[in-house]
Design a protein around this ligand. Structure first.
Ligand code: BG6
Length: 516
């Protein structure tokens, strides 16, 4: 669908200089303890993020990292492993590695053994004396979710979660999604976490919130006067939220078979994008006030009734196809996937936010694997003009305005509107005004994990889920999952789609509202 002619309007940025990440002096000395340190997340994301902060002198001083996992490694073996991972990725200059490596340590642990966790605690206390990190610690759970409760409990039992006591400074725990697999398991996990930690010690990560363009949604909406008055049912026809991926399940079948697209993408990232788009302005840009407003959106989402569920939800699963002359396997042919799997890899859901601002405005949320391309964006489609005074001179329909908040691959904001085609004849053409997010910016971009880790050191919860938000999201989704998974014939409601397409034909009517 060609919505507009390419007429880029140059955007003049006035402040292009890098704004400082944080002043390192404002960060308290601390020690990061990574559980699961021999795994993928530590090597691919966490250590590179810390090293990038080290390279920009953005870490507190003193600072240290203790890797901990079941694998027996020496300090040097751990350092080498991390160095190799960074070298393989090739993004960061290893020129200052030795200085950083001196801050990396390793201590093996058996997660469910009290004795082994006591040893770890002893080691941390000694290291803390040696490195002067003030007893401040971040515990990062880079482990499979089944280990979250085990480790959280043990941290509590060995006294490491107590703040300001027995040689401890502050203690924070970082948890990655999934936060449970339905409402009950999410509540159970919270109960375990809260046995050892208070809510403000818990940081539940959603990496979408750390994306620059996602953070920008609130700035765009609430630091400008001109958008907010029209950001409602009087002017907006519908909102589309798309998180499309061209890759398949890759090597994560074990996890994905249990999750499917609704748990993997909707419960967390998609709901966050919806909340940021729909929420009311908080009185202050402060973590709890922002999260209060998001929670209000969570409470206003209209539940989908079981009888009409499939009028509002299309589920799909990719099948094999040729994509750019390559044979791509179907989901059921992927390694580790049950050949009769009924796990959805695509969902399009029509949601309504039942409140004064959004009454009657559909929100179309779509996400899937093996779609035509990787693209993440929010589309705000405005209504048609109320009266067409041009109807006598122009035959075509006037295209309504559209605002697109591009998150990936285009990090941009674009606004489409109508103009006159130059010349004697009265014709209209839609043109698009584009703002590229990094246009005119000269500083180094901040990696999403680096941002998240800095915020944990600062104790800022703005970009993290709060317990009530998690529970609200699951309260909405659990009955839907239950209805889908317990229906008499789940296969009948799972529509196959070709890899490389825009999803099942059953979804195309709504997909065409979001996808160009
Ligand atoms: C993760 C999901 O949370 O987000 C993955 O588990 C998905 O299945 C990924 O691929 C998408 O993230 P991004 O940042 O690439 O859009």
């Amino acid at each position: 669908m060609d919505r507009s002619e390419e007429a880029t309007v140059k955007v003049q940025t006035t402040r292009g200089e890098a704004c400082e990440f944080v002043t390192p002096g404002s960060l308290a000395p601390c020690m990061l303890v990574i559980f699961g340190a021999s795994g993928d997340l530590a090597a691919r994301k966490l250590i590179p993020a810390f090293y990038s902060l080290y390279l920009t002198n953005s870490l507190p001083e003193p600072f240290g990292v203790v890797g901990s996992s079941r694998t027996n490694l020496s300090h040097d073996e751990f350092r080498d492993k991390m160095k190799q991972a960074i070298a393989k990725e090739g993004r960061l200059d290893l020129g200052r590695w030795d200085g950083f490596a001196a801050k990396l340590f390793y201590q093996p642990v058996t997660y469910d053994s009290l004795e082994s966790c006591q040893e770890l605690a002893g080691y941390l206390h000694d290291l803390d004396q040696e490195q002067n990190t003030g007893g401040n610690r971040i515990f990062y759970l880079a482990v499979p979710p089944t280990l979250y409760p085990v480790i959280a409990k043990k941290i509590g039992e060995v006294g490491l979660a107590k703040e300001g006591k027995e040689g401890n400074g502050w203690a924070r725990i970082v948890v990655e999604k999934p936060f449970g697999r339905d409402l009950q398991t999410a509540l159970d996990l919270d109960k375990v976490l809260h046995k050892s930690f208070r809510e403000n010690q818990i940081f539940r990560i959603d990496h979408y919130l750390a994306k620059e363009t996602v953070q920008n949604i609130l700035m765009f909406r609430f630091a400008n006067t001109i958008f907010e008055p029209i950001w409602n049912r009087n002017y907006i026809d519908y909102v589309g939220i798309l998180a499309a991926e061209n890759l398949g399940v890759e090597n994560r079948a074990g996890y994905y078979e249990q999750a499917g697209v609704l748990r993997d993408m909707f419960q967390n990232h998609m709901v966050q994008l919806l909340a940021l788009t729909a929420m009311e302005p908080p009185s202050l840009f402060e973590d709890d006030r922002v999260r209060d407003e998001k929670a209000k959106v969570g409470r206003s989402i209209k539940p989908l009734a079981r009888e009409t569920l499939m009028d509002n939800l299309v589920l799909g699963q990719y099948k094999g196809s040729m994509v750019e002359s390559n044979k791509v396997p179907g989901y059921r042919e992927e390694k580790g996937v049950n050949p009769k799997s009924i796990t959805p890899t695509f969902a399009l859901m029509r949601m309504f936010v039942d409140n004064w601002r959004w009454q009657g405005v559909p929100f179309y949320l779509a996400s899937g694997k093996r779609l035509a391309r990787k693209e993440t964006k929010i589309v705000v489609q405005f209504k048609n003009v109320p009266h067409s005074m041009f109807r006598e001179v122009i035959d075509e329909k006037i295209t309504a305005n559209r605002l697109v908040l591009g998150i990936y691959p285009e990090e941009e904001i674009s606004l489409t509107f109508q103009t006159k085609v130059p010349g004697a004849k009265s014709c209209l053409r839609p043109v698009t005004m584009d703002f590229k997010y990094y246009q005119g910016f000269r500083g180094p971009p901040l990696d999403a994990y680096a941002k998240v880790l800095l915020d944990v050191i600062l104790g800022d919860h703005m970009l993290f889920w709060r317990q009530d938000g998690v529970a609200l999201s699951w309260s909405y989704l659990t009955p839907i999952l239950h209805a889908c998974e317990t229906c008499a014939n789940p296969e009948a409601q799972l529509h196959p789609y070709e890899a490389g397409s825009w999803g099942p034909v059953e979804a195309l009517k709504w997909m065409s509202l979001i996808v160009d």
